[in-house]
Design a protein around this ligand. Structure first.
Ligand code: NAD
Length: 360
């Protein structure tokens, strides 16, 4: 029996987490779910979108399965997702993007693993609003120490990238590559322009790479990387990236395999693990029982593997793969046209997977 914190999230989160809970239970592995709400509604009810009880539950159980949570754009509360990763020091975001036969995409045989740094960079949350005391102080400081002028009507976001943060994420990428028999790690950066932040990430990547002579290493500038991924994705294997580039390239890689509905993820630290899809809360579909639960189900597969439940993980992965291949019980985004009347519902997909697993 595994005790796992279950965060349904908001928007379409509760529908897809329910679908995942059902298929995980169908594998025969026993779970006791500790349900913890967080997000927009909790913010309105409790004044905090991520109450301490949620973090305490994850600290107790060490493992969580999490639905997506909405972040207001521009104003409002800070991202619960980012805060959670920072508060639990879930420094590594692991996002495998693998082709499933039958998924509608221009590409085949994609097998790329994104390793995104999860705690630093422009995501650190160190920001100063236009005209604030902080923004004014930084503008003065920069003027004094470097003579550079920042326009007085600027908002400012700080981009810290440390040796400590870079070293542990690059090491994680190489260890993952070694353990999973991958051939190459590509470090992605913009070190030609941001010499002291991305430059440091690259320098540390090169140092760490020397300790893994069995794995090929290369680096790529982020803009070139994006083009290469679209043109020749088969050349790439494990990518390690600072936080923001990792976020953007994750969606790009999801596009290669047929969309966000198929891209799972895990946020991992040295003590805790939180499994969640790459996609967000898709709020326009909230309550419609419509969105694709596969990305969250595949995050569930990752959780089973993390727990050492390899057979259950294989069974669930196989059931998902064969359902995608058959193309019948799949949601609108995986049909030839988004208004295909034969599209399955979120819960309909879960029904199909449950019956497949229990027949296996
Ligand atoms: P999104 O991922 O929710 O949606 C992007 C597009 O993909 C939309 O067209 C959406 O309908 C579609 N989509 C997403 N998931 C899908 C699924 N399972 N099945 C079918 N289609 C799916 O991204 P967004 O619209 O930029 O963000 C919506 C909200 O989610 C924002 O508040 C954002 O901050 C938040 N968000 C949360 C997380 C997280 O919880 N980790 C991650 C990304 C975005």
């Amino acid at each position: 029996m595994y005790k796992v914190t279950l965060i349904p999230g908001d928007g379409t989160g509760p529908e897809i987490t329910e679908a995942v809970r059902r298929v995980l239970e169908a594998t025969g592995v026993s779970f006791e779910w500790e349900i913890q709400n967080a997000g927009e509604d909790v913010y309105h009810q409790e004044g905090n979108p991520l109450p301490d009880r949620v973090l305490e539950s994850i600290k107790r159980n060490k493992v969580a399965l999490k639905g997506p949570i909405t972040t207001p754009v521009g104003t409002g509360f800070r991202s619960v997702n980012v805060t959670l990763r920072q508060a639990l020091d879930l420094y590594s975001c692991l996002r495998p993007c693998k082709s499933y036969a039958g998924a509608r995409t221009k590409y085949s045989n994609i097998d790329i693993v994104i390793v995104r740094e999860n705690t630093e960079d422009l995501y650190a949350g160190i920001e100063y609003q236009k005209d604030s005391e902080g923004a004014k102080a930084i503008i003065d400081l920069v003027k004094n120490i470097s003579g550079n002028t920042i326009r007085s009507d600027s908002g400012i976001s700080i981009k810290p990238i440390s040796v400590f943060g870079s070293e542990r994420i690059v090491r994680f990428a190489f260890e993952y590559a070694r353990k999973n028999k991958r051939r190459k790690v590509t470090s992605v950066h913009k070190a030609n322009i941001m010499k002291y932040s991305d430059g440091l990430f690259l320098e540390v990547s090169r140092e760490v790479a020397k300790k893994y002579p069995d794995i090929e290493f290369e680096d790529k500038i982020i803009d070139n990387m994006c083009m290469q991924l679209v043109q020749k994705p088969e050349l790439y294997d494990v990518l390690v990236l600072p936080n923001l580039y990792g976020d953007i390239v994750s969606d790009l890689a999801a596009g290669l395999i047929g969309g966000l509905g198929l891209a799972p993820g895990a946020n991992l630290g040295s003590e805790y693990a939180v499994f969640e899809a790459t996609h967000g809360s898709a709020p326009k579909y909230k309550g419609l029982n419509k969105v694709n639960p596969f990305a969250m189900m595949l995050s569930g597969v990752m959780m089973l593997r993390y727990l050492g439940e390899t057979t259950a993980a294989e069974n669930l992965d196989n059931a998902i793969a064969s359902t995608i291949k058959e193309g019948k019980y799949v949601t609108y985004d995986m049909k030839p046209s988004p208004d295909d009347p034969t599209a399955a519902t979120t819960s309909g997909v879960a029904d199909a997977i449950v019956s497949k697993i229990t027949r296996q």
